[in-house]
Design a binder for this molecule. Structure first.
Ligand SMILES: Cc1cc2nc3c(=O)[nH]c(=O)nc-3n(C[C@H](O)[C@H](O)[C@H](O)COP(=O)(O)OP(=O)(O)OC[C@H]3O[C@@H](n4cnc5c(N)ncnc54)[C@H](O)[C@@H]3O)c2cc1C
Length: 417
């Protein structure tokens, strides 16, 4: 079933009786060419690109809950390609280009909104760093623009420019960055993968990974055993636990990150604004709610709920930069489990077991990575070679110390599952 303006009109005039379920609900088969563990954004995108780019359709995505119930439906929806370090820079550039054609490609409204992101700076040293980052982004082929104080004031007059501790000197802007509706991204990929024959199996937890003679042979699940030639992890915050099913210890530590939404307000925040000193990032949803987040809750946990001190810190940062928001009421908050690596950069690589593949360690940044991650992971699974945009996401960098991409990593208690 394709979506179009005509279709919406027709359904509107005929009582909306023609809409059909967006994907099938199949029982698991006994065997697949590829089994993907995790029906979040990355697992679903990987299944889609395996089918579309590589013609591999005998694929199952196994999800222990419901599709999109993990971090893909819990994030603050920011999409950008303004990374500085080689490795991440080319990867996120690849991903943003895929975002730009995604809705047409999937025939699905993911509410992609390239409203621009502005990273604030507050002193000369930070401005120098912003200039350096901006030049690196432009050299990568993406857009970056340095805004002085006056130019920024015209775009975002509500900011507290004369804040005593953090006076705002300007910002680094990327106009092609923005937001997308997170769960619609999962649904769009799910529907498109299903249409190409991928089995999406919900309420199916993987409880074991079968390995014989150093090679993966399948998985054990709450819906019975499934044989597979290849098994691909895409379990995000649960990566450490799922890898342990195959006897692996990953350099991953799981933490909670919270998100917050205010009551609906009239349009005020037109862009995504980040205030790095308070680690605050904020945007306004189409419904009017301000969507914002801050730091991790800095203790390892698998509980998808946050704590009050971090909520208080986030509100402080918000009001410090935007005092007018002091009167807004907070509507709700939630937490998601983040898979943090020591260097803050992801892993997309072979596992040290034949036929087993790893996609994890997305830290704060995995939503914007969704199309890029799906496309490069599918390439790795299909060809057994890394995609050109993801050659540095190797697992062995943590053992050898070579090729680390230091994006402010977290944690000294890896894989305490
Ligand atoms: C509050 C918050 C804000 C964020 N903000 C941003 C942002 O603005 N921009 C950005 O780029 N990123 C952001 N992120 C990060 C981003 O959401 C994640 O990095 C990304 O969604 C992770 O990939 P995923 O979508 O595949 O994960 P998930 O949606 O978590 O998918 C993993 C799936 O695996 C399933 N699973 C786990 N174990 C098993 C098992 N044993 N068997 C079967 N299934 C299993 C889980 O149920 C889950 O559905 C944020 C995250 C949080 C929590």
């Amino acid at each position: 079933m394709r979506f179009s303006g005509w279709r919406v009109l027709k359904e509107g005039l005929t009582g909306n009786t023609g809409w059909r379920p967006q994907w099938r609900n199949p029982a698991p088969k006994a065997e697949y060419d590829v089994v993907i563990i995790g029906g979040g954004g990355h697992g679903l995108a990987t299944a889609y690109y395996l089918a579309r780019e590589h013609g591999i359709t005998n694929v199952a995505v196994l999800e222990k809950g419901y599709l999109g119930g993990g971090n893909v439906g819990r994030n603050t929806t920011i999409v950008r390609a303004n990374y500085y370090l080689p490795g991440n820079s080319e990867f996120y550039s690849h991903s943003l280009k895929l975002w730009e054609g995604l809705e047409q490609e999937l025939n699905y409204n993911a509410m992609m909104s390239q409203r621009g992101i502005i990273n604030l700076f507050h002193n000369d040293a930070q401005r120098d760093a912003a200039v350096r980052r901006g030049n690196a982004i432009i050299n990568q082929g993406d857009d970056a623009e340095l805004l002085g104080r006056d130019a920024l004031r015209r775009l975002a007059p509500y900011l507290n420019f004369d804040n005593n501790r953090f006076p705002i000197m300007g910002g680094l802007m990327q106009r092609r960055a923005g937001t997308a509706r997170h769960d619609a991204v999962a649904w769009g990929y799910a529907r498109a993968a299903d249409m190409r024959g991928v089995d999406l199996i919900q309420n199916c937890e993987v409880t074991g990974i079968d390995v014989a003679g150093g090679k993966v042979t399948g998985v054990q699940t709450t819906r019975g055993p499934i044989r597979a030639k290849k098994v691909a992890l895409a379990a995000a915050g649960r990566s450490g636990q799922v890898a342990a099913l195959a006897g692996l210890t990953l350099p991953i530590e799981s933490h909670v990150l919270q998100a917050f939404v205010s009551e609906g307000l009239k349009p005020i925040v037109d862009h995504v604004i980040t205030f790095a000193e308070g680690h605050l990032y904020i945007s306004q949803s189409d419904k009017g709610g301000l969507v914002f987040g801050s730091y991790l809750d800095f203790y390892a946990s698998y509980a998808a709920r946050g704590n009050l001190p971090m909520a208080e810190h986030t509100m402080e940062a918000c009001v410090a930069m935007m005092p007018a928001l002091g009167k807004a009421r907070l509507l709700r908050s939630w937490g998601g489990i983040m898979d943090m690596t020591p260097d803050g950069s992801p892993i997309i690589d072979h596992a040290p077991i034949d036929g087993l593949y790893l996609n994890c360690g997305w830290c704060y940044g995995g939503f914007k990575a969704t199309p890029g991650s799906g496309s490069v992971y599918a390439h790795l699974i299909a060809t057994d070679r890394p995609h050109g945009a993801a050659t540095r996401f190797r697992l062995d960098r943590f053992r050898s110390g070579r090729g680390l991409m230091d994006e402010e990593g977290t944690g000294a208690q890896h894989n305490l599952h």
